[in-house]
Design a protein around this ligand. Sequence first.
Ligand code: TYD
Ligand code: MG
Length: 482
Amino acid sequence: MGEDAGMPPNSKAAKTRTTFLCQDCGHTSPKWDGRCPGCGAWGTYVEFSESKRPAVGATAMARRVGGPMLAPLVTVLPLGDQPGGDELRTGLGMPELDRLLGGGIVAGSVMLLAGDPGIGKSTLLLQAAARIANAGGKVLYVSGEESGAQVRMRASRIGAEAPSLLFAGETNVESVVALLESERPKLVIIDSIQTLYLEGTASGAGSVAQVRDSAQVLLGWAKTSGVPLFLAGHVTKDGNIAGPRVLEHMVDVVLYMDGDEMGSYRMLRCTKNRFGSTNDVALLEMSGDGLSEVSDPSAALIAERQRAVPGSAVIVTLEGSRPLLSEVQALTNMSTFSPPRRTANGVDFNRMAMISAVLTRRCSLSLGNQDIMVNVPGGLKVNEPASDLGLALAMASSYLDVALDPDTVLLGEVGLNGEIRRIPQIERRLTEAVRHGFKTAVVPKNSASQVGDVPGLRVLGVDSLRQAMAECGLGHVPVKRR
Ligand code: TYD
Ligand code: MG
């Protein structure tokens, strides 16, 4: 007797199952919970119903066991005979982006470009699309966010119009796939994955389930057709890709675009790449005619620096494995507020507060009644402890009104006792400093002993913040009344 005995065949198909789904990570559970056991986020569970599909595959499989032999549905080939090699990569002709992708776009890969709304995702994807289209490849740009007229306007503004760049304003995944089947483009852009919906999924567009299911359908199509796909995805306030983390697990490449929306620089980071390394970043600059690649980011980041002004220090930070020179600015000012104001732009607020406390207690600077503003020009976000020393000396330099030597870079983590602690990958940073004409580097004593001779650079090892201040001409400076 079959396992469905006594039950009408379609009563099972009509049933729905209610589960709870975490909006952040996609974790599912049969019961509601205040805190998601998957990612630890609070209050992210939403009720979610999906139809309980009859396990057709499983039933058929069970019947087949012991039955007549069936012809296999897939063919098996030695790995060496599978298609492969560099011929499957297409360069975009945008050197920084190609490098980030590991040498170009791999056939059939699905790439996610994530970032805050308004950061420049659509602009970059349109530029990439135009590159392929101008080289003669057919590109399909599917937008659920903007009309054809809006995209056209942007395209003409950034010079991205090409006859083989096709546009479709569509949000139904099945229609999109039908379109892809009939058009067979060389590259597909989906802007954005949150606007797509799949009929039959019980929740609205943009919800975790919709994003996941829509992406799954597109992923399947990309893998069978060998056509690469770019998905644009918005991120939530806390920096996750809106909807599910699961999307990150599904796609082949994840690129994050961030930066200060008001500033012109955008940092493009690769956080996952199945076909290359992830330790890389590219710097892009937004101008009136779209995004352009910055081939020497360090030079660009310190280009507008004023030399020898109090409150300015130069650090070498690491973005992935790439060293970047950057200016850190600080301004201290007698406060008229109680408590005094602290503003941190581009650096972590708590780190700045900690360093100002260390300067007060360990270096006898009375910053307690000072407003302190810290800024990293250009929109770069410096979150590395190695930038502590630069931050500390920028504050001290502003407070004492004494400029630091403009040809000195500062590297080191500051501890609560005012000690300077070692930092990773110091040689790589020093090489970058020398390449840009810096003459002196103040570094942690422990790291200094590890580095060999760096031609053209005087390396000063320090073990305390007080000593670093003395080496930089900030020791024994009489404090003006302010
Ligand atoms: P957009 O690509 O629409 O962002 P996203 O798709 O990530 O939401 O970019 C929007 C911002 O970029 C908008 O504030 C205007 C600015 N922009 C320029 O400064 N120059 C340009 O050439 C373009 C196309 C946009
Ligand atoms: Mg957009």
